[in-house]
Design a protein around this ligand. Structure first.
Ligand code: ASP
Ligand code: MG
Length: 718
């Protein structure tokens, strides 16, 4: 068996690293013969270029030469002892003398001579039959036939050698002049050697675990690509992936030799195997790379495909994900497979992250970390639901929902390893820390793409939303107070979600589990024009008005009964005066694209004047006094075969400043109105739009902790 192993500059950077290399080579030598190709120690080639560009005899050059010399002699001192050390030092001293006298344009070729001289000697000391090969004689630039002949002959001449050691990077011109194969060229050398000896195995050892979906320094979520085709590797390398020198692909590909890219510092990691595409392997995205164009201050980003994909439709997806991230593409194109996009330099990293997230991270997000604020009725129902259904969810959606943090109004718990939903309530109070630390802790600890779940009825929790979104958290909220804020604040939250590629969902805030908001968003998104939205979404008033019509009892008694059943806000006037309905209407309107503010809404309170500021019992007394008026209204409705419904309405109105007028009041709805038939705490939302001849009617249960919890869960999984 013949193997070619190549080690890069950081793999041979110092004595410790070289020892690792020696281990790997010795192991390989037990399996078969080895050609070992090495780079110069890291930084050496750059230093040699600097030395060559300074004046001969200058102090500056002397300082650099000395430093380089000291580094190499230090390695020798650490690797060798006794006579072997003296011999290695002598060999190195000869090379450094030659360097001092070499023509400037040849100086750059010495780094690989230094490193391979040291390593070949050390392998010999370890008892391996070793031979150093002079790549300057064997490798003829741009002449594969001659190169292959030279190498195979040199190897054939030495049947007893176990390990050949050859400098990478360096070669000759056809006329014999010493040259290089270009920066990073040792990979190319290795591939030429492999093709020449018809190697069974080619390994490129480096300091990262293979070819990754992106440069991990820019995109921490980047991961190793296990297998890829020669073409994809070539495209990655040609468009900016540093791990492999692009010209290295061709010789191996032509010879049909797989390229294994491995990590010297993690030798057990299988890394990346580059090979001919396997028949029947589905096409996929390989990775995303970038190259800078400093002249124009632009970066060219390439989304590399592995196999034929639909490049044009991917263009749109790339454009969308950048737009979502607030990044402008200067140009966007596809050659049918890869997608190319140019962006300004200063947003290149953000663009890489956004594209990587869109194309490579979704599938991995199997664990969804939840940080739950609020442990009241909905919170409890939600946690119970997680406990009951998580294995089913994992099966059907492939996602594991994990409670990583939870808070009630007093205490909070955070554990990124996951918190058991069973018995949570007791543990929260017993083991929790003060709730005030919850949001700051979430912001600093939560992994990106976690979901912050707002199940509170807090007035001010929304103040943290922009910060949470900036930290990369998604938000799902059932708290309508968080969205019925002034429009600028609402818009800032939406924008922060967009810019950070996160979602902010609040489908539960209107009509609980009913798909009211999403139906409006659908119309708005498709360019359909909303003509009107009539929302009968106050469970409290629906119950009060339908009970009052059907059962005996005064209006005051009916309200009191609803309050006793827990159907009203703490102060029933919040419902009766339409404040809760107002929040819902603001949210509905904004979903329809209308930047409605509270002052744009004309509210007719159920109560009439004189109720403000009364203590609760005086309030009920006054309701009782007004019974005649409530009864008269109800009788009049019944006489005209109508029913009273509390309706929040948004209606297209060209004379209104926003193009829409908005109102909240009791209305008498006739038999043929969809809200006529709803009962108890049922809700109905009726949407009329330009595209649809009939109104869309959404009707069903509008309250209940379980329904709300289910709706929150769906927002998370959407
Ligand atoms: N030493 C050369 C360079 O730094 C070749 C290589 O490392 O592959 O470019
Ligand atoms: Mg290199």
């Amino acid at each position: 068996m013949m193997q070619v192993l190549k080690f890069g500059g950081s793999s041979v950077a110092n004595a410790t690293n070289i020892s690792r290399v020696l281990d790997i080579v010795e192991k390989a030598a037990r399996k078969g013969r080895v050609v070992l190709v090495c780079s110069a120690i890291s930084g050496c080639t750059d230093t040699l270029l600097s030395i060559a560009s300074t004046a001969r005899g200058s102090a500056e050059r002397q300082v650099m030469l000395e430093a380089l010399r000291a580094k190499h002699f230090d390695i020798v001192r650490r690797l060798f002892t006794g006579e072997e050390r003296t011999a290695a030092e002598e060999a190195l001293a000869v090379l450094f003398d030659k360097l001092a006298g070499a023509p400037e344009d040849e100086m750059v070729t010495f780094g690989e001579l230094f490193s391979t001289t040291i390593i070949a000697r050390k392998l010999a000391c370890e008892g391996l039959r070793t031979k150093w090969l002079d790549s300057r004689i064997l490798v003829i630039k741009d002449n594969d036939a001659l190169t292959y002949n030279n190498i195979s002959a040199a190897v054939a001449l030495e049947p007893g050698v176990q390990v050949f050691v050859a400098p990478g990077f360096i070669a000759s011109e056809y006329d014999g002049k010493v040259t290089t194969l270009g920066r990073g060229g040792s990979d190319f050398s290795a591939s030429l050697f492999a093709a020449a000896v018809k190697a069974d195995r080619l390994e490129i050892w480096t300091d990262v675990p293979g070819i990754m979906t992106a440069n991990p320094k820019t995109v921490p979520a980047a991961r190793t690509i296990g297998e890829m085709s020669y073409q994809a590797a070539l495209d990655m390398a040609s468009h900016g992936a540093k791990v492999l020198y692009a010209p290295a692909v061709r010789p191996a590909m032509e010879a049909g030799i797989d390229i294994h890219i491995l990590n010297t510092f993690e030798p057990e990691n299988p890394g990346t195997t580059v090979s001919a595409p396997m028949a029947g392997k589905p096409s996929a995205w390989a990775g995303v790379t970038s190259t800078g164009d400093p002249v124009h201050g632009e970066s060219l980003i390439c989304l590399v495909s592995d196999g034929p994909v639909h490049g044009e439709s991917a263009c749109a997806r790339v454009g969308d994900c950048l737009k979502k991230g607030g990044i402008a593409a200067l140009s966007l194109s596809s050659d049918g497979t890869n997608v190319y996009v140019a962006v300004r330099d200063n947003v290149a990293d953000a663009a890489l992250e956004a594209i990587h997230r869109e194309f490579f991270e979704e599938a991995r997000a199997s664990v969804v970390n939840l940080f739950i604020a609020g442990f009241g009725a909905v919170g409890r129902a939600f946690v119970q639901m997680l406990s009951d259904t998580s294995s089913h969810i994992a099966e059907t959606s492939g996602r594991v929902l994990r409670i990583a943090g939870i808070s009630n109004s007093r205490k909070c718990l955070i554990d990124l390893a996951g918190i058991d939903p069973d018995g949570l309530e007791g543990r929260l109070d017993a083991e929790g820390v003060p709730a005030s630390s919850f949001i700051p802790a979430v912001m600093s600890m939560a992994p990106r793409r976690s979901v912050f779940v707002d199940l509170t009825d807090s007035e001010d929790i929304h103040n943290s939303f922009v910060g949470l979104l900036r930290e990369g958290l998604n938000i799902v909220s059932s708290n309508r107070r968080s969205f019925a804020v002034p429009y600028v604040e609402y818009a800032a939250m939406i924008a922060a979600a967009r810019e950070n590629g996160c979602f902010l969902r609040y489908g539960t805030t209107v009509g609980s589990a009913l798909p009211a908001l999403e139906s409006i968003a659908r119309s708005a998104n498709s360019g359909d024009e909303i003509l009107s939205v009539e929302a009968v979404v106050s469970c409290t008033l629906n119950r009060i008005l339908s009970s009052y019509a059907r059962y005996p009892g005064t209006f005051a008694q009916t309200v009191r009964k609803a309050q006793e059943e827990g159907l009203t806000e703490a102060d029933p006037r919040t419902d009766l005066e339409g404040r809760d309905a107002l929040r819902k209407l603001l949210i509905l309107a904004r979903e329809a694209g209308v930047p409605l503010e509270a002052e744009d809404v004309q509210i007719t309170s159920v109560l009439g004047p004189g109720y403000d500021g009364l203590p609760l019992d005086a309030f009920y007394r006054k309701l009782e006094e007004d019974e005649a008026r409530f009864r008269a209204d109800e009788d009049a409705a019944a006489a005209s075969r109508c029913r009273q419904r509390f309706v929040a309405t948004l209606r297209k109105d060209p004379s209104a400043p926003l193009g829409y007028s908005a109102s909240i009041s009791i209305r008498r709805v006739p038999r043929n109105h969809p809200a006529f038939r709803i009962m108890g705490t049922e809700n109905a939302v009726i949407i009329r739009s330009a595209f649809h001849p009939y109104p869309l009617l959404i009707q069903g249960a509008g309250e209940g902790a379980k329904q709300a919890a289910g709706s929150v869960l769906n927002d998370i999984l959407l």
